[in-house]
Each structure stands twice: as structure tokens, then as C-alpha cells.
Write a protein that binds this ligand. Sequence first.
Ligand SMILES: O=C(O)CCC(=O)C(=O)O
Ligand SMILES: [Fe+2]
Length: 262
Amino acid sequence: MDLLAEHHLQGTSAVFYIPNFISEDEERYLLRKVKDSPKQKWKTLNNRRFVPLFHTGGEVLQKNILFRQDLPPFMNDFPDVLGRIRFLGAFNQSPHKGPNHIILNEYHPGQGIMPHEDGPSYHPVVATISLGSHTVFHYYRYNDKDSLSVDPGSMGRSVDPAPLLSLFLEPRSVVVTTGEFYTTHLHGIDEVDADTFAGDGFLLLPNGSYSQIVNRHMIQDETVVGIIESGGKVERTTRYSLTCRDVEKVVSGRVAGVVSRT
Ligand SMILES: O=C(O)CCC(=O)C(=O)O
Ligand SMILES: [Fe+2]
């Protein structure tokens, strides 16, 4: 079986979780590079409140076209993160056979990202690497379950607050999201300082209900496993995520000024 198939999450058609995708040495190196990035590259977007972003690999404009810029060398040199992602095979059907666009998100404890879809600018596969801290990543569905395609005008549709799937993402892991989890579902991260477990994998949600961690049997950190299974809190520290996708339409050229993302 290949690496991706071995890490398929049971009960999902198209979500894969691979722990230790990045080694501890590589994580230290990447975190140093990330922190050395020029400050002016960090941005805050409307729908990503309090989460500074920086785009590498290009900018997606309103027409869903990527203006090519070079990816920072640390994504291709050491460690060869993009090569490693391509090797998984999840992007074999994507136009460029691998990610050409990376967003680096920074989350301090208490920060998260509202449930959203990544939208039609990208080929419907996303690989998300976590560095520095764990987080809990939820997938959600819309209440009107008969809608079957990515709908850029979906802002007004109501989202079922009960996560469809909750994953514990360890630092250095990658999660690969494809299929309907990309095209019809949403994903988000709760704005909490710590993740609270009631035992048997059940996470306490901010609204007082519970959601069971589906990848609990794949968690490597024994202390964390103990807390997830027996109850307790796992405190968040600062997490950086690398969201790697393939923008379908790419043109060469320089982009001037501030651009917005759909
Ligand atoms: O940081 C994450 O894990 C998720 C980021 C995300 O959903 C995005 O950049 O679209
Ligand atoms: Fe996203």
C-alpha cells in the first residue's frame, strides 16, 4: 500500500493524516525560516481575523488566476516539502502535478479560522502541514445537504454546528483533504487556548457539545494520547501551518499593489 492509502482516515472518502511528515530537525529549520521572513509580507485578511498571513508562490487574483512568483527556497531545498507532497500522489491529477501556492498561517493560542471553503481557484486537493503546535481541525457541512458543488456565493447558507469530522493535528503532521471534503464541506479551527477532552477521544466544543477525534489512534505523542483517552487539556502554543494547493490558472508577470483573494 502506498503512504497515502496507509494513512486514509476510516469513515472518510478522502481525508488522509500522516504524522511526522516533517522531522524535528526540519521543523526547527522551517520555524526559523518562517520567523526570519520579512515582516511586511504578513497580512491580515477580512475573513481571517487576527491571523497574519503571507502568500508565497504567487497571488490569487479575483479572476482565480495565479501570478507566478518564486516560492521561497526553503520550500524546495531543505527539506523538500513540495517534493515530498508531490510524492504522495494526491496531486497527480492536478494541472501542475503538485502545489504551486502556499499560504503560511500563524495562530497564537486563542486564534482560529472560521468555517470556510477554499473555493474554486484551486484544484480540489489541499495538503496542510502543522508546525510548532497541535490544533484541532473540524470539517463541517451545510444544513442544505443537497447542494453538491463549491458555491462561491455560499456565504448565506447555514452551517451545521456539529462537526462532521474532527482531527487532532500534531506538529509536523500533514493532513490531505480531497473529494467532497474539499468541494462541498467547510473546515475551521476553534478559537481556544487549549483543547479539552472528556475521555474516549471526545473533545469538548465551545458550544458545550462533544465531537470525537477520528484520528485518535494515529496520534504519536503518548502524553497527548493519555489526555485524549482519559480526559484533560492540551494547551496550544503558537502554530504555523503551510497550506499547499495547486492554483489551476497561472500567468507570468509581476503583481503591483495589494490584491484581494476570492
Ligand atoms: O491553518 C490551517 O490548518 C487551515 C488554514 C486554511 O484553512 C486555509 O488557509 O485556507
Ligand atoms: Fe481553508
